[in-house]
Design a protein around this ligand. Sequence first.
Ligand code: NDP
Ligand code: SSN
Length: 293
Amino acid sequence: MEVGFLGLGIMGKAMATNLLRHGYRVTVWNRTLAKCQELVALGATVGETPAAVVAKCRYTIAMLSDPGAALSVVFDKDGVLEQIGDGKGYIDMSTVDAATSSKIDEAVKQKGGAFVEAPVSGSKKPAEDGQLVILAAGDKTLYDEMVPAFDVLGKKSFFLGEIGNGAKMKLVVNMIMGSMMNSLSEGLSLADKSGLSPQTLLDVLDLGAIANPMFKLKGPAMLQGSYNPAFPLKHQQKDMRLALALGDENAVSMPVSAAANEAFKKARSLGLGDLDFSAVYEVVKDASGSGQA
Ligand SMILES: NC(=O)C1=CN([C@@H]2O[C@H](COP(=O)(O)OP(=O)(O)OC[C@H]3O[C@@H](n4cnc5c(N)ncnc54)[C@H](OP(=O)(O)O)[C@@H]3O)[C@@H](O)[C@H]2O)C=CC1
Ligand SMILES: O=CCCC(=O)O
């Protein structure tokens, strides 16, 4: 099977590599074209523009940073819309809001193509290992055709119905994750400032009812001040912002998430946006004061 792949950031590179490893023929494009070379070394071919990729491939997957990027790649000159049409499918796996997905869906359908949104849960390592959780919605026929590729990329795919449901599910999940990361940061900080060992706190957490892979993976690195980006903080803040907007639309009060968003915003303002989202710990530590009372 031949697929196109647009966007070779942390996630896109890992996902396209995985498809190549499983025998897919992959044509890649990235805004910074030089980043395609690593994939070419693994057997990919390069399309000079999103339109060129879509012209060549029956199915094209995108994994882009945010709504602005997702819209630009579709609607701008040399974009997806110029070549999408009958018999072609476009699958956007970026984390965006439902309105962005709907705009893309309508435009692709108007040209005779089919569209599936399919954001993912899971980060760099699950992407490398084909262990993502895929939250798809939209054209069911295209979804069914993509299941073999989704089975390579992920450990489980959900088909959630009408377009927008995948985007919304992803935002709810990441809203919870962002709040949990803030809560962990406050807990580590409180343990430290009150004379406890933060490492012992992690050990205790890992044995109890709130043990989870995120605390286990990120906690020790946070204590080392090590924030090598798997999930960039700027993207987590984008997801909190989009989730809060979804809360606004539905009149859902979310004070915990709103507070977490403020911490991520503060971290971005301090230049931490390209670090891992766990770097929010630096902001929480600072806010909690530097000495014991
Ligand atoms: N990292 C993670 O753990 C996870 C991320 N996600 C989501 O997946 C998406 C990608 O994340 P990730 O790979 O980490 O992000 P990166 O920041 O590593 O990569 C972003 C990609 O988007 C491209 N891009 C940005 N702006 C534009 C634009 N205006 N036009 C065209 N291309 C653009 C970048 O191109 P260039 O190289 O030229 O900058 C790059 O290919 C995001 O929506 C994120 O929220 C979902 C699950 C996990
Ligand atoms: O959107 C990013 C999610 C990261 C994760 O699920 O670990």
